[in-house]
Design a protein. Structure first.
Length: 106
């Protein structure tokens, strides 16, 4: 999975931002094809301190609103779940990312 938002940042800069409260976050979205509904996660986003986690997730909520709700029966369920996650600031995966970075040989 790709991490967006850390391009052109050194490891020291990322660590400094993390100490100030930055987070690695993923967002959810769903897409329905009549009787089949796919629930997916975005790439990982690096959200700096002071940036809105909810604003970054609006595009994924819009995808779910337009393409996800109409699949029966899981479309409405996954769409509402995506809204809850995204409007709650996304899923914080900071600890998982830090753990995978520190693991040797990865």
């Amino acid at each position: 999975m790709k991490i967006l938002g850390t391009e052109a940042m050194s490891t020291d800069e990322v660590n400094f931002e993390l100490q100030r409260g930055a987070r690695f976050v993923i967002y959810q979205y769903c897409i329905s094809l009549l009787v089949i509904t796919f629930k997916r996660s975005s790439d990982i986003y690096f959200i700096r301190t002071g940036e809105s986690r909810v604003t970054k997730g609006l595009a994924f909520s819009l995808i779910s609103l337009l393409l996800g709700w109409w699949g029966i029966p899981w479309g409405p369920i996954f769409t509402i779940g995506s809204f809850v996650t995204n409007f709650g600031g996304g899923k914080d995966v900071t600890q998982e990312v830090i753990s995978s970075i520190k693991r040797p040989g990865v």
